[in-house]
Design a protein around this ligand. Structure first.
Ligand SMILES: CCCC(=O)SCCNC(=O)CCNC(=O)[C@H](O)C(C)(C)COP(=O)(O)OP(=O)(O)OC[C@H]1O[C@@H](n2cnc3c(N)ncnc32)[C@H](O)[C@@H]1OP(=O)(O)O
Length: 295
């Protein structure tokens, strides 16, 4: 698939690492490709809500090398989706993700490869978080290690009753490397982040809600009679934020993102630019026309 120069430029500006940091994406992709298995599947729906599925059930949806490459490609597709409004990230076969595939980790356990994989995944997950879509991680079963980090690359987290998010890195002699620690501190504050990482705490839905990591708890559809399928519950939850025209929803995400990531003056200037894309645009004119009392 050929990528347009504008899209390439947008991708680069969303990345943390580029050639000036000694990062060569093609080189690490070649290495990761050797560790195959599983896939990352993308379904773009007419509703403007896409579903991204981490699919490697025989390994509890652990990330193989080829799945890391898949993820980056799916993010590229989502960056180039003008009709998009929302995104749900889920795991296949009733569990979320057990982190990186330990077989692949063993094979690239040298310092150099580890750093390259780390930069590749930080770039991919930063681009995921910076998509102009409102995103939700739907946690069913377990989100462990890199799987827990992946949940923090979404705007919101929903947990099924009985599910667990656990930063198990300490047990592996590691710390998060996919950007999960930095994002966790933003989400729950440094005190709570230190507790979760230092204690490799099992976060259940109740604890998750209490510390502000989790935004909603869904009924387990297999345990609760009459409960809707989890994905349906997640789509219903998300739809309150994605109702309306795509350019407006994307603008909402962009102003919040710039407020979150940029120094105030820069965020204000960015907000002005984004405001300029919706002011006088069709949705704005239609809304004005419907207010007949104020003509
Ligand atoms: C910067 C990123 C850092 C990281 O992500 S490091 C990786 C962190 N993740 C982990 O340490 C999780 C390791 N897995 C486990 O603790 C357990 O498998 C887990 C997820 C609690 C499930 O336990 P059980 O329900 O008892 O099932 P099980 O152990 O028999 O697992 C079923 C099959 O899945 C495999 N699996 C699970 N997690 C994996 C992983 N991360 N990499 C590779 N394979 C993995 C496991 O080996 C087993 O396979 P098999 O049936 O024995 O062939």
């Amino acid at each position: 698939m050929s990528v347009s120069p504008r899209l390439l430029q947008r991708q680069r500006s969303s990345c943390v690492y580029s050639s000036i940091h000694g990062f060569n994406q093609d080189e690490i992709k070649e290495k990761l490709q050797a560790f195959h298995g599983g896939s990352i599947d993308l379904l773009k729906q007419d509703s403007g809500i896409a579903v991204l599925t981490i699919n490697n059930p025989s390994r509890m949806n652990a990330f193989s090398g080829s799945m890391m490459i898949d993820l980056e490609e799916r993010v590229s597709q989502l960056e180039n989706w003008p009709e998009g409004k929302g995104l749900i990230v889920q795991g296949a076969a009733e569990t979320f993700c057990s982190g990186s595939d330990l077989n692949a980790v063993r094979a690239i356990s040298n310092q150099q490869d580890g750093m390259k994989m780390c930069m590749f995944m930080q770039n991919a997950l930063t681009r995921l978080l910076r998509l102009p879509l409102i995103s939700v991680a739907l946690v069913e079963g377990r989100a462990l290690g890199g799987g827990a980090e992946l949940t923090t690359a979404c705007d919101f987290r929903l947990m099924e009753a009985g599910s667990v998010i656990q930063f198990v890195h300490k047990h592996m002699g590691l710390v998060p490397g996919w950007g999960g620690a930095a994002r966790l501190v933003h989400l729950v504050g440094s005190q709570n982040a230190l507790k979760l990482l230092g204690g490799a705490v099992k976060v259940d839905p109740e604890l998750g809600v209490n510390i502000g990591l989790v935004d909603g708890v869904l009924e387990g559809h297999q345990k609760t009679e009459g409960a809707a399928p989890l994905l349906q519950q997640a789509e219903n939850w998300l739809s309150r934020y994605t109702k309306g025209p795509a350019p407006v929803i994307q603008a909402v995400k962009k102003v919040v993102l710039s407020g979150r990531e940029l120094p105030l003056s820069e965020a204000l200037r960015t907000e002005k630019d984004i405001f300029g894309t919706v002011w006088g645009a069709p949705a704005n004119l239609e809304a004005l026309a419907s207010k007949s009392k104020h003509k």
